[in-house]
Design a protein around this ligand. Structure first.
Ligand SMILES: Cc1ncc(COP(=O)(O)O)c(C=O)c1O
Length: 381
């Protein structure tokens, strides 16, 4: 048996924890500031504000909470319509229901998993209040048409940049282009706090309100007066300590993911049984997860992403098909009014490969060789 098969499974995306993570988390513990107030929370928010060149940010307990608050900041009311890509992680859609609004599903591009800007205007109705953009798998959306439509119809733009820390469009970091942006620091992301999120905006008033809403809408700390219904969504000092350590290594985390992405791309480009995804014009990707797709024109229909994922698992490689689109999920059936063929197509054929920045060259080779061997076996069936 090849030596690599005796090793534990190669994960899709695992965190890299550097020595300062231990130092800062221990410091947070030693200080006694373990909960949602403390110097590391403030430092984390400040350092991210500097990174994004915005006046202030708000750290949250996870990316989903950040998105929920972002919709409240955009003043989305029950019954309002929010346009959202169907092909996304479920949290981008769930939060629309948290505020009682209606998700309007937006199909993917014919040649990319991200939502298709050419379809956007056709989804607008008098009830549309916001566009929730998702920079999926770290690939930045072309924001030009989105901003144009938003301006024309007076819509808010909320950016789900959970997977896109480090990505940008025309030099503007994802998360800072629309009215409000959100990040996730879940364990599988480019940067982790264990669980965590961030709300970003160029508007200090919005971030001020975000802080109010994530802190139970507390108007007075002494008398516990609350003028609105708020949420307990603050990040803890322990988690922020981990985040501050992670931020020190962000440039190298991004560089490593970018190298892995390029290595896969070089290995798979031009393969007749695969579809590669190029870069959207004027964008830089975060390279969070490498994605590619089976070329269904050249293979029988039972050869899809799920078959590839199962066969890679037999070789100790964790991969996964692209997300199941929202319009195919049970809770949202009553909101599906038009076919969304591209989102369903990419879900059936697209898959992600291990992209952790700790992934060694030996493991990258194992992943590449495994994909190519599986395809060769399919081709000779
Ligand atoms: C696109 C997208 N949106 C939202 C989220 C939600 O973030 P979290 O898991 O931190 O709540 C995630 C990540 O998990 C995500 O990938």
């Amino acid at each position: 048996m090849p030596e690599i098969l005796t090793l534990p499974c190669i994960p899709l995306s695992e965190p890299t924890l550097t020595p300062n993570a231990w130092t800062y988390v221990k410091d947070a513990l030693d200080s006694g500031w373990v909960s949602s107030v403390g110097p590391y929370v403030e430092r984390f928010e400040r350092e991210f504000a500097r990174y994004f060149q915005v006046p202030r940010t708000a750290a949250t307990i996870n990316g989903t909470a950040a998105l929920h608050i972002a919709l409240l900041l955009a003043n989305i009311q029950p019954g309002d319509e929010v346009i959202v890509p169907s092909l996304t992680f479920i949290a981008s859609i769930n939060v629309i229901r948290y505020v009682g609004a209606i998700p309007v599903f937006w199909d993917s591009q014919p040649d990319h998993w991200n939502a298709d800007p050419a379809l956007l205007e056709s989804l607008i109705t008098p009830k549309t209040k916001a566009i929730l953009v998702v920079h999926l798998y770290g690939d930045a959306m072309d924001m030009g048409p989105v901003l144009e439509v938003a301006r024309k119809y007076n819509l808010k733009v909320v950016e789900d940049a959970a997977e896109a820390l480090g990505a940008s469009w025309r030099g503007q970091p994802c998360g800072t282009i629309g009215d409000v942006g959100c990040l996730s620091f879940n364990g599988n992301k480019v940067l982790t706090t264990g669980g965590g999120g961030l709300i970003i905006s160029k508007e200090p008033d919005l971030i001020e309100r975000a802080h109010y809403l994530i802190n139970q809408a507390k108007n007075d700390a002494l008398t516990f007066t609350h003028d609105e219904i708020g949420h307990n969504y603050r990040l803890t000092n322990m988690q922020a300590a981990l985040g501050v350590a992670q931020l020190e290594n962000l440039p190298e985390f991004l560089e490593k993911r970018c190298q892995i992405w390029q290595r896969y791309q070089d290995a798979f480009t031009g393969h007749p049984l695969l579809i590669n995804f190029g870069i959207t014009e004027d964008t830089i990707r975060s390279s969070w997860l490498y994605g590619l797709a089976i070329n269904s024109d050249s293979l029988p229909s039972h050869r899809d992403a799920m078959t590839m994922v199962n066969q890679l698992k037999q070789r100790n490689i964790q991969s996964r098909p692209f997300f199941k689109p929202g319009h195919l999920q049970k809770p949202f059936q009553s909101f599906v009014h038009t076919p969304l063929p591209n989102a369903a197509h990419w879900h059936r054929l697209g898959f992600n490969l291990p992209s952790s920045c700790s992934l060694s060259k030996q493991y990258q080779d194992h992943v590449i060789e495994s994909v190519l061997e599986i395809l060769q076996a399919w081709n000779s069936e």
